[in-house]
Design a protein around this ligand. Structure first.
Ligand code: PEP
Ligand code: MG
Length: 324
């Protein structure tokens, strides 16, 4: 028990000194203690939609401002990345259930919902900007499929900034703005998108769903939901390289990043950080602290040379995992 607690406080650093930022994914402010107890270096993904779900009336700007400001204050100087409302599909709001959508996963969700309901979007952006003076706050937009959505979202953010300026309400003008890369179309234009934002966060839960055409919640096809599918490994690598060529940071916030079989491969790509469930942090740190970058890069090269998931899985088991 003592060694696990000690392990939590140590950085996610390889034997040869490569450091990975390890942050947490949370949905409720109450989870913050568990982030700190498990050695999280901040919150890389705050799923803000949970404050909107299971209630009759949507939250007010004041409700959200208080929630975000408290988070920012308690975490400072560590960062909290607030993802704007990602409702739809598996996270339906009460008011949304009336929508006639035969296929909600391909419907009005994430940034699409926000760009359609700009009043809700701007209300949330006001709360986020106001909270930004209370700590180290970043914002990111989910379900980006193309350049226009990024520009439209940034346009709304600028409108809110102007409004706050006019009202003399303080905010951090340098608050980083990022996007989730979780659709195959965003992967393919990652180089262009990197010119428009401050950081990428790769959402592999949806990237796998949309790349492989596998409903992430459908148990009948869960056997096909394979994080080490060569298409997924290549997609992630493509995004990491595009981000770095564009001079921005890239982290991974999907479940893949807490999978012991995947983390050495992500390390080999030289991602800058991961954001994972708080409880997964100690175990992932333990793995990172036992590998070196050269073996991770070699593993990545081997994995990229294989065409099937079973060969990739075997390779991963044979190399890194014979040690654990
Ligand atoms: C993802 O899609 O990988 C992700 C982290 O976001 P969510 O699971 O909330 O869709
Ligand atoms: Mg997602």
């Amino acid at each position: 028990q003592k060694s696990i607690i000690r392990q939590c406080k140590l950085p996610g650093e390889t034997v040869d000194g490569f450091r990975l930022e390890i942050q947490a994914n949370i949905e409720l402010a109450e989870e913050l203690q568990s982030v700190l107890d498990n050695g999280g270096e901040g919150v890389g993904l705050y799923r803000t939609e949970y404050a909107f779900l299971n209630r009759k009336q949507p939250p007010t700007e004041e409700d959200l401002y208080r929630e975000y400001a408290t988070l920012a204050e308690r975490l400072a100087p560590a960062k909290v990345t607030l993802r704007t409302l990602d409702v739809g599909a598996d996270k339906m709001m009460n008011s949304q259930e009336k929508l006639d959508e035969p296929n909600p996963a391909l419907g009005l969700r994430g940034i699409r919902y926000c760009l359609k309901h700009q009043d809700v979007f701007r209300m949330q952006l006001r709360a986020i900007l106001r909270a930004s003076v209370h700590g180290n706050v970043a914002v990111m937009f989910p379900m980006i499929s193309g350049l226009k959505e990024v520009r439209q979202a940034r346009y709304q953010l600028n409108l809110v900034r102007q409004e706050l300026d006019e009202q003399g309400i303080p905010y951090n003008p340098d608050m980083p703005v990022g996007i989730m890369i979780e659709l195959p179309s965003a992967v393919m234009i990652a180089e262009t998108l990197a010119q428009e934002v401050d950081f990428f966060s790769i959402g592999t839960n949806d990237l796998i769903q949309y790349s492989l055409g596998i409903d992430r919640a459908n148990k009948h096809v869960s056997y096909l939901y394979q994080p080490l599918h060569p298409a997924i490994v290549r997609s992630i690598k493509y995004v990491v390289d595009a981000a770095h060529r564009g001079g921005i940071e890239v982290s991974v916030c999907g479940e893949v990043a807490s999978d012991p079989y995947c983390i050495p491969i992500l390390m080999g790509m030289q991602i800058d950080g991961v954001s994972i469930a708080p409880q997964a942090i100690p175990g992932i740190k333990r793995i990172i602290r036992q590998v070196n970058m050269e073996e991770c890069k070699q593993l990545l090269r081997d994995v990229l040379s294989h065409a099937t998931v079973s060969k990739i899985n075997r390779k991963v088991r044979q190399t890194i995992f014979k040690r654990f």
